[in-house]
Design a protein around this ligand. Structure first.
Ligand SMILES: [Zn+2]
Length: 177
Protein backbone atom coordinates (compact mmCIF):
# COMPACT_ATOMS: atom_id res chain seq x y z
CA UNK A 1 0.00 0.00 0.00
CA UNK A 2 1.38 3.39 -1.05
CA UNK A 3 0.58 6.79 0.39
CA UNK A 4 1.39 10.30 -0.76
CA UNK A 5 2.61 12.75 1.86
CA UNK A 6 2.17 16.39 0.83
CA UNK A 7 4.50 18.41 3.03
CA UNK A 8 3.60 21.94 4.14
CA UNK A 9 2.11 23.43 0.97
CA UNK A 10 0.90 26.42 2.98
CA UNK A 11 0.37 30.06 2.15
CA UNK A 12 3.32 31.25 4.25
CA UNK A 13 5.69 29.06 2.21
CA UNK A 14 4.36 30.28 -1.13
CA UNK A 15 5.11 33.57 -2.92
CA UNK A 16 3.72 36.45 -0.84
CA UNK A 17 3.94 34.42 2.37
CA UNK A 18 5.95 35.11 5.52
CA UNK A 19 8.62 32.53 4.65
CA UNK A 20 8.18 32.16 0.93
CA UNK A 21 10.07 29.38 -0.81
CA UNK A 22 11.16 30.58 -4.28
CA UNK A 23 8.64 29.33 -6.83
CA UNK A 24 6.90 27.46 -4.00
CA UNK A 25 3.45 27.46 -5.58
CA UNK A 26 4.85 25.65 -8.64
CA UNK A 27 4.44 22.41 -6.66
CA UNK A 28 0.65 22.65 -6.59
CA UNK A 29 -0.15 21.24 -10.04
CA UNK A 30 2.30 18.31 -9.93
CA UNK A 31 1.06 17.47 -6.43
CA UNK A 32 -2.54 17.42 -7.60
CA UNK A 33 -1.52 15.02 -10.37
CA UNK A 34 0.26 12.74 -7.89
CA UNK A 35 -2.71 12.91 -5.52
CA UNK A 36 -5.12 11.91 -8.27
CA UNK A 37 -3.18 8.64 -8.66
CA UNK A 38 -2.65 7.91 -4.97
CA UNK A 39 -4.95 5.69 -2.88
CA UNK A 40 -4.19 7.57 0.34
CA UNK A 41 -3.08 11.18 0.71
CA UNK A 42 -1.81 12.88 3.86
CA UNK A 43 -1.12 16.62 3.96
CA UNK A 44 1.10 17.98 6.72
CA UNK A 45 0.86 21.52 8.00
CA UNK A 46 3.49 23.47 9.92
CA UNK A 47 1.27 24.57 12.80
CA UNK A 48 3.18 26.68 15.29
CA UNK A 49 2.29 28.43 18.54
CA UNK A 50 2.91 32.23 18.38
CA UNK A 51 6.09 31.85 20.46
CA UNK A 52 7.62 28.96 18.54
CA UNK A 53 11.35 28.54 19.15
CA UNK A 54 12.16 28.63 15.42
CA UNK A 55 11.01 32.26 15.17
CA UNK A 56 13.54 35.09 15.12
CA UNK A 57 11.59 36.72 17.97
CA UNK A 58 12.59 33.70 20.11
CA UNK A 59 16.17 33.57 18.84
CA UNK A 60 15.44 31.08 16.07
CA UNK A 61 16.47 31.14 12.41
CA UNK A 62 13.14 31.93 10.71
CA UNK A 63 10.66 34.80 10.51
CA UNK A 64 7.35 34.14 12.24
CA UNK A 65 5.36 31.78 9.99
CA UNK A 66 2.52 29.27 9.97
CA UNK A 67 1.04 30.33 13.30
CA UNK A 68 -1.82 27.93 14.05
CA UNK A 69 -5.17 29.20 12.88
CA UNK A 70 -3.85 32.09 10.77
CA UNK A 71 -4.37 32.43 7.00
CA UNK A 72 -0.65 31.89 6.42
CA UNK A 73 -0.94 28.42 7.95
CA UNK A 74 -3.74 27.31 5.63
CA UNK A 75 -3.02 24.95 2.77
CA UNK A 76 -2.54 26.70 -0.57
CA UNK A 77 -5.94 27.18 -2.17
CA UNK A 78 -4.82 25.36 -5.32
CA UNK A 79 -4.37 22.05 -3.52
CA UNK A 80 -7.28 19.74 -4.35
CA UNK A 81 -8.65 19.21 -0.85
CA UNK A 82 -11.02 16.56 -2.13
CA UNK A 83 -7.98 14.33 -2.66
CA UNK A 84 -6.56 14.86 0.84
CA UNK A 85 -7.65 12.09 3.20
CA UNK A 86 -5.98 13.31 6.39
CA UNK A 87 -4.32 16.54 7.55
CA UNK A 88 -1.52 16.13 10.10
CA UNK A 89 -0.39 19.22 12.02
CA UNK A 90 3.21 19.39 13.21
CA UNK A 91 5.60 21.81 14.86
CA UNK A 92 3.24 22.43 17.74
CA UNK A 93 5.82 22.03 20.52
CA UNK A 94 7.37 25.47 21.16
CA UNK A 95 10.83 24.08 21.89
CA UNK A 96 11.22 21.60 19.02
CA UNK A 97 12.12 22.31 15.39
CA UNK A 98 9.26 20.19 14.11
CA UNK A 99 10.60 19.94 10.56
CA UNK A 100 9.52 16.31 10.20
CA UNK A 101 5.90 15.29 9.79
CA UNK A 102 6.68 12.35 12.08
CA UNK A 103 7.94 14.49 14.98
CA UNK A 104 5.39 14.65 17.77
CA UNK A 105 2.51 13.51 15.52
CA UNK A 106 0.34 10.47 14.85
CA UNK A 107 1.70 10.06 11.32
CA UNK A 108 3.61 6.82 11.90
CA UNK A 109 0.66 5.18 13.62
CA UNK A 110 -1.70 6.46 10.94
CA UNK A 111 0.35 4.99 8.09
CA UNK A 112 0.80 1.71 9.95
CA UNK A 113 -2.94 1.42 10.61
CA UNK A 114 -3.56 1.77 6.86
CA UNK A 115 -0.98 -0.87 5.98
CA UNK A 116 1.25 1.66 4.22
CA UNK A 117 4.73 0.35 3.42
CA UNK A 118 5.81 2.89 0.79
CA UNK A 119 5.42 6.66 0.66
CA UNK A 120 5.71 9.26 -2.07
CA UNK A 121 6.79 12.68 -0.86
CA UNK A 122 6.33 16.15 -2.31
CA UNK A 123 5.97 19.70 -1.04
CA UNK A 124 7.94 22.38 0.76
CA UNK A 125 10.68 22.80 1.41
CA UNK A 126 12.95 20.16 -0.08
CA UNK A 127 15.98 21.07 2.07
CA UNK A 128 14.06 21.22 5.38
CA UNK A 129 10.70 19.64 6.03
CA UNK A 130 10.57 17.34 2.98
CA UNK A 131 14.07 16.10 3.77
CA UNK A 132 13.37 15.59 7.49
CA UNK A 133 10.09 13.81 6.77
CA UNK A 134 11.72 11.55 4.18
CA UNK A 135 14.55 10.60 6.54
CA UNK A 136 12.10 9.81 9.34
CA UNK A 137 10.01 7.73 6.95
CA UNK A 138 13.13 5.68 6.16
CA UNK A 139 13.80 5.29 9.90
CA UNK A 140 10.23 4.03 10.24
CA UNK A 141 11.07 1.29 7.75
CA UNK A 142 9.12 2.66 4.80
CA UNK A 143 10.21 2.71 1.17
CA UNK A 144 10.46 6.40 0.25
CA UNK A 145 10.29 8.17 -3.10
CA UNK A 146 10.75 11.95 -3.29
CA UNK A 147 9.27 13.57 -6.39
CA UNK A 148 11.73 16.37 -6.91
CA UNK A 149 9.70 18.21 -9.52
CA UNK A 150 6.91 18.50 -6.97
CA UNK A 151 9.22 20.11 -4.40
CA UNK A 152 11.11 23.39 -4.14
CA UNK A 153 14.07 24.24 -1.91
CA UNK A 154 14.59 27.33 0.29
CA UNK A 155 18.32 27.41 -0.52
CA UNK A 156 19.39 29.58 2.41
CA UNK A 157 22.80 28.58 1.08
CA UNK A 158 22.96 28.06 -2.68
CA UNK A 159 23.17 24.34 -3.40
CA UNK A 160 21.18 23.25 -0.31
CA UNK A 161 18.60 21.58 -2.54
CA UNK A 162 21.22 19.49 -4.32
CA UNK A 163 22.89 18.61 -1.03
CA UNK A 164 19.53 17.51 0.35
CA UNK A 165 19.08 15.19 -2.63
CA UNK A 166 22.52 13.66 -2.00
CA UNK A 167 21.72 13.17 1.68
CA UNK A 168 18.40 11.54 0.83
CA UNK A 169 19.94 9.18 -1.69
CA UNK A 170 22.64 8.20 0.83
CA UNK A 171 19.84 7.28 3.24
CA UNK A 172 18.20 5.00 0.71
CA UNK A 173 15.54 7.40 -0.51
CA UNK A 174 14.67 7.21 -4.19
CA UNK A 175 14.65 10.67 -5.76
CA UNK A 176 12.83 10.96 -9.08
CA UNK A 177 11.99 13.92 -11.32
ZN1 LIG B 1 8.04 26.12 10.82
Amino acid sequence: MRALIVVDVQNDFCPGGALAVPDGDAVVEPINRLASQSPFVVATRDWHPPDHGSFASQGGPWPRHCVAGTPGAELHAGIDRGRVDVVVDKGQAPDREGYSGFEGTELKRLLRSRGVDAVDLAGLALDYCVKATALDARRAGLAVTVHRGATRAVEVQPGDGERAVEELRAAGVEVVD
